[in-house]
Design a binder for this molecule. Structure first.
Ligand code: SF4
Length: 330
């Protein structure tokens, strides 16, 4: 039986109105997330992954930010327009977020225990009496040694890895159905990184939790993702099961990203890279936003924006190379 879709992001646009111009950080993102699925949002820094995640829960500063178009449907409810009290009751409880920098996301003047318990008591008042017990169990689940003692620590008393795991514990404290993890392993060493990935895989399987995992690291996508959505210039340009993205990428940008994966067996003088830079979100190129960097660019790419095209049933990409009307191939 097909899994149920739990979240649907439809043509979402989040723009920031600044003195220098309109920053189109998210410029038409669409994807779905199924129950128990891990969808990875992949792309270079500045492509709009994190703002997409923040937009789901309306967690960006407004002004200057504004959702100018699109929908975020959670069980049919549009989170972009629902009343703020209702959205607040969903944040943390139904959909939780783990931020990339635990050091700045945790409150330095409260202990870890207080911060986790506050979350539990806000959303699950019936847990009031045993919130400390639940907080201890969460830190144990995160493999933090001497969990009861760790709850009494302030963030500055913890190592980077402990803080990141405490953040994940806080995210999981109200048993959310969806966890948005924004580069949760960026600031930790490889051993802690492996532990965090293992914990997330295990939680996903045990709780049937859905995960949106944001990363620029394709090796992590291989480890944790079911599907991956490749984001460029504030748009999803390719979406497919992870094995398709890694083994049969369709979009030239995805192909470029894969070719940049380091290969220790290759005798290379320098690591490959995609020429050029990600576009300035104030001044996104016309037509296909990837055209100034694309090795397969055609005339039409400079003026006409490609639509998402079905490549192989489960793989969709926005590229004129797959449009039979452009290439003449059937
Ligand atoms: Fe390259 Fe054109 Fe495809 Fe864009 S539409 S990725 S420029 S071939």
């Amino acid at each position: 039986m097909a899994a149920k879709t739990i979240l649907e992001v439809k043509d979402l646009k989040t723009w920031f109105y600044t003195r220098r111009g309109i920053v189109k950080a998210v410029n038409g993102v669409s994807f779905t997330l199924d129950e128990g699925e891990c969808l990875c949002l992949v792309g270079e820094s500045g492509c709009g992954k994190s703002v997409t995640a923040l937009s789901i829960l309306r967690l960006f500063d407004s002004p200057p930010g504004k959702i100018v178009e699109g929908k975020v449907l959670y069980e049919g409810l549009d989170l972009t327009t629902c009343a703020m009290p209702l959205l607040r009751s969903i944040r943390g409880k139904d959909i939780a977020m783990v931020f990339q920098n635990a050091q700045s996301a945790l409150n330095p003047v409260f202990t870890i225990g207080d911060q986790i318990e506050e979350q539990i008591n806000t959303h699950m008042p019936h847990h009031d009496r045993n919130s400390r017990q639940k907080a201890t169990a969460l830190l144990e689940e995160m493999k933090i040694p001497e969990a009861a003692e760790a709850l009494k620590m302030y963030p500055h008393q913890m190592s980077g890895g402990m803080k990141q795991r405490a953040m994940i514990a806080m995210g999981l404290s109200c048993d959310p159905r969806i966890l948005i993890a924004d580069e949760p392993t960026t600031a930790v060493d490889v051993t802690i990184r492996a532990q965090i990935i293992y914990i997330l895989q295990e939680l996903k399987a045990r709780r049937n939790m859905s995960i949106i995992f944001i990363t620029h690291d394709l090796s992590l996508v291989r480890e944790i993702g079911d599907r991956a959505a490749v984001v460029y210039a504030g748009k999803v340009v390719e979406i497919a099961p992870v094995e398709h993205i890694l083994n049969k990428p369709a979009h030239p940008y995805t192909i470029g990203l894969i070719s940049c994966l380091p290969d220790i067996s290759a005798d290379l003088k320098r690591l490959p890279s995609i020429p050029g830079n990600t576009p300035n979100p104030i001044d996104i190129p016309s037509g296909c936003p990837f055209h100034p960097r694309c090795p397969s660019v055609m005339d039409i790419c400079r003026t006409v924006e490609p639509e998402m095209l079905n490549i192989s049933g489960v793989q969709i990409a926005a590229c004129h190379l797959y449009d039979a009307n452009v290439t003449g191939k059937r």
